[in-house]
Design a protein around this ligand. Sequence first.
Ligand code: CP
Length: 306
Amino acid sequence: RKDLLGLQDLTREEIDLILDTAESMREIIDRPVKKVPTLRGKVIVNLFYEPSTRTRNSFELAAKYLSADVQSVAVAQSSVQKGETLLDTARNLEVMGADLVIMRHSEGGAPHFLARRLRAGVVNAGDGIHEHPTQGLLDLFTIRRRKGRLSGLKVAIVGDILHSRVARSNIWGLLKYGSEVWVAGPATLLPPGLEALGVHVTHDLDEALDGADVVNVLRIQLERQQKGLFPSVHEYARFWGITPQRLAACKEDVLVLHPGPMNRGVEITSEVADSHRAAILEQVTGGVAVRMAVLYLLLGGGGTGE
Ligand code: CP
């Protein structure tokens, strides 16, 4: 396999391999000297057409920890602004020596388009509302570390499911392990068709939270709302926000996740986000480990299956 495009495409065995590799990588992050020579001589390019803090910087640090050369394209200052196409941009980076292009794009399928046309590998760092595979993997990594397993759990994904590539990658990953996936949100933010995949869909937040082992709280994606947010931010916080009161009704050992960036006081309160039940910063550290594993397996570790 030269590309990582989505969790839909990966087998459970491939995901296990990535998560097991990430456990070894996680140890490197805790060392005083966070550097191994594994990917020396490899060239990785970050090509982000949408803003990012966690994904772009964690890929960049993951590459550096593995001694790869990494270049982050400043798209806003690049010839993309003069109208250069995605394919021309990527081909120019490839002939400069890129072995792997990590890309985020507002259009679903953009990484798949490039992967078919480049010799270099392509990693999807988020494509429109389609998938965000490394976020899905780091969520699985965090759940496995905290809960000791990925099977037989009830996982509630709450909020703006409609616009969430994170939700889709979580759903594909968790279903492969036989966990029970619930999605809950206002009717305006729930897409059709999820029941057909075996997902439980509800408008009743209490039903989703009841007995949940994990609650993955999603960000309200104000930038992707077509006609203004309904419900309003205020209504959303009141009816769908994860508050200490709602958490009190959950299992005592419920694990709260959020992919970031958070709208504090909207989908999650600070009391919950900063509580011991939440693993939001652990997710971020796990994200570096997972991305190190992905880079290693695609560029240096003998492939993930094909
Ligand atoms: N979770 C996530 O993708 O964060 P960024 O948008 O900051 O990369």
